[in-house]
Design a binder for this molecule. Structure first.
Ligand SMILES: Cc1cc2nc3c(=O)[nH]c(=O)nc-3n(C[C@H](O)[C@H](O)[C@H](O)COP(=O)(O)OP(=O)(O)OC[C@H]3O[C@@H](n4cnc5c(N)ncnc54)[C@H](O)[C@@H]3O)c2cc1C
Length: 291
């Protein structure tokens, strides 16, 4: 199928884009932002989305930076995933985000798909929302009322829905550099290489005095948004980082999922089982890196 007809706008600056979105909104026009098009274009082609207008951000200058200042890495929303993947800064200073990026789709998708597009799209099976929860990331949004920073635990509201207001543009995502001595891991299971995950888990783990001192664990692909696994985090604290601990914490993580998603590719029970296995294995990986 081909997309339904729409008007197309290509603003050159951020203020121009913000003003354009506000004007279109005021006219009752359903306008959508176009970034890399890797999710939006298929949705248009299948007519799952039929916006009146597209506002293309690709010519807007200043949205594709990857920088670090004062222990915070900032990635412009229009930086491609490939740019994040190839960035030595991201690879060396925030390896969890780097590893998550490499799990997104295929190289062709990462060549065009933007970092910000994945956050704004908020697919529950996407790697980034879970990593954002684990890393306490912040999202910078600019709209007609100015600029604001939205913490990750408020940004992802529900299935493909974020806290971005109408007319707001996600301009940057921010994350801390990984503290020295903190281990990390991300694992997922998908039916084919490059597919969205049936389920996945991202963790960070800090060891101190021979025990697990701090852990952050989030799962994706199991609920309407990525979820922190608080019971599993609590269960690992003050425990020795050994195989028995991690197997027990995996079982606690699986049991703590209220009602995992179910679809033709994976039942709720299977997803629950996957989360248990992935929590156990990511904790093993993270402990090895922390040491
Ligand atoms: C075969 C295939 C496999 C894939 N596998 C994965 C995967 O494993 N993991 C994964 O996470 N994703 C996967 N994706 C999705 C892909 O990562 C997309 O690139 C991403 O979801 C959207 O980024 P984009 O730049 O292409 O955004 P677009 O498709 O252009 O936009 C997506 C949505 O976000 C909105 N949007 C985009 N940018 C902004 C912004 N700056 N401010 C506000 N709203 C904005 C758009 O209006 C639209 O609603 C896959 C896609 C395909 C086709």
């Amino acid at each position: 199928m081909k997309p339904a007809s729409f008007d197309y706008y290509a603003p050159q600056t951020l203020p121009e884009a913000v003003a354009l979105l506000a004007k279109l909104d005021g006219e009752g026009c359903d306008a959508k932002i176009l970034a890399g098009g890797q999710s939006l274009m298929p949705m248009l082609a299948m007519r799952v989305a039929r916006p009146d207008a597209l506002v293309d951000l690709r010519r807007v200058a200043g949205l594709d930076h990857i920088t670090e200042a004062d222990g915070t890495i900032a990635i412009g929303a229009m930086a491609t995933k490939r740019a994040a993947e190839e960035s030595a800064l991201v690879r060396e200073r925030q390896p969890l985000f780097h590893a998550a990026t490499q799990l997104v789709g295929h190289r062709q998708i990462r060549n065009r798909g933007s970092v910000g597009g994945s956050f704004a799209h908020a697919d529950p099976a996407s790697e980034y929302p879970a990593v954002a929860l684990v890393l306490d990331m912040q999202m910078r949004a600019v709209g007609p009322d100015g600029e604001r920073l939205i913490p990750a635990d408020e940004f992802f509201v529900t299935y493909m829905t974020t806290a971005l207001e109408a007319g707001e543009i996600l301009t940057e995502v921010r994350m801390p550099v990984l503290p020295a001595g903190t281990g990390w891991a991300i694992r997922e299971l998908s039916r084919r290489n490059g597919d969205l995950a049936l389920a996945g888990v991202a963790v960070t783990l800090r060891l101190s005095g021979g025990v697990c001192a701090d852990a952050r664990i989030a799962a994706f692909g199991v609920d309407a948004t990525a979820v922190r696994l608080g019971a599993a985090e609590d269960a690992v604290i003050d425990q020795r980082p050994d195989a028995a601990t991690f197997a027990r914490v995996g079982a606690i993580a699986a049991a703590s999922l209220a009602e995992p998603m179910s679809c033709i590719h994976a039942s709720a029970d299977y997803r629950r089982h996957l989360v248990g296995v992935l929590v156990e294995r990511t904790l093993v990986d993270a402990a090895a890196r922390a040491r």
